[in-house]
Design a protein around this ligand. Structure first.
Ligand SMILES: Nc1ncnc2c1ncn2[C@@H]1O[C@H](COP(=O)(O)OP(=O)(O)OP(=O)(O)O)[C@@H](O)[C@H]1O
Length: 250
């Protein structure tokens, strides 16, 4: 296995008497889609939140490209190459897709969101934003206002905004949540098209999507990683079947 881009060792987080992440070891290697699955309350979102620096951990170490990032605040982690999409919508509804992505490109370049006008005029910014929309398969909808987009398109736009951060590792928090069947298929196709180009850690409950996309899967149960392997290895694991997938479902 090549050197991990993102490496986690012994990560632990307690909420009072509850251990939300318990001695977690995890490696995400360059180019892979690494899925993190587990039952409700297993600690998946807590782990992503710790990786992104919005929640401090009690013990353990997180390294990005070999460098410890534990002491860094979220904006510094973003500058080092971490990005995250959220379950919660954070888009500007009265602006077009292109405006929203151009603002993200502008922020990536270190400019303040105050210079709103620049993001709507600057040709370089808009060209870069268009490229990210093309990557996300949304170029044909670039001028459409966010308020007029479908829920699925908004989720894809959130992804394009995360791409504007030009991440080394992209943390995806339930991209399929709330999507209908056709929209999920579109999202899977979009993520599939980026396989090998963007390294992703994917938290997802939709097992069809996980098994279609993931190069490797880690299974989190009660805050502990109980197995890591290929889709086939995870399907074949008796421990995983017992703890999560349910006998007979795998
Ligand atoms: N800020 C907090 N304070 C106290 N307990 C918390 C806090 N955040 C999460 N928890 C608890 O930590 C555990 C892990 O929650 P988390 O949301 O990380 O699980 P999850 O695997 O993402 O679940 P889901 O799949 O339902 O989103 C849960 O028992 C949850 O109630």
């Amino acid at each position: 296995m090549s050197q991990p881009l993102l490496s986690v060792r012994g990560l632990r987080k307690r909420f009072g008497g509850l251990i939300a992440t318990d001695n977690v070891d995890l490696d995400v290697v360059e180019g892979e889609i690494h899925a993190l699955i587990g039952p409700n309350g297993a600690g998946k979102t807590t782990l992503l939140t710790q990786l992104f620096g919005e929640l401090s951990h009690d013990e353990g170490e997180i390294r990005l490209e070999g460098v410890p990032i534990d002491a860094l605040a979220t904006p510094q982690r973003v500058r080092r190459g971490l990005a995250r999409t959220f379950q919660i919508n954070q888009l500007l509804p009265d602006f077009s897709m292109l405006d929203n992505v151009a603002l993200a490109v502008q922020a990536r370049q270190g400019h303040s969101f105050r210079f709103f006008g620049d993001a709507r005029r600057d040709k370089g910014l808009r060209q870069r934003a268009r490229e990210h929309l093309t990557t996300a398969g949304l170029a044909h909808r670039a001028e459409v206002k966010v308020a007029d987009l479908s829920h699925g398109e908004q989720k894809q736009l959130e992804f394009a905004i995360a791409l504007a951060c030009e991440p080394r590792v992209l943390l995806l928090d339930e991209p399929m949540a709330g999507l209908g069947h056709a929209e999920s298929e579109q999202m899977v196709a979009m993520l599939s098209g980026l396989k090998g180009r963007v390294t992703m850690l994917l938290v997802e409950h939709d097992m069809d999507a996980v098994f279609a996309l993931a190069d490797r899967i880690s299974v989190l149960v009660y805050g502990r990683i109980i197995a890591t392997g290929t889709a086939q290895e995870i399907r074949d694991s008796a421990d995983v079947r017992t703890a999560y997938l349910g006998e007979g479902d795998a």
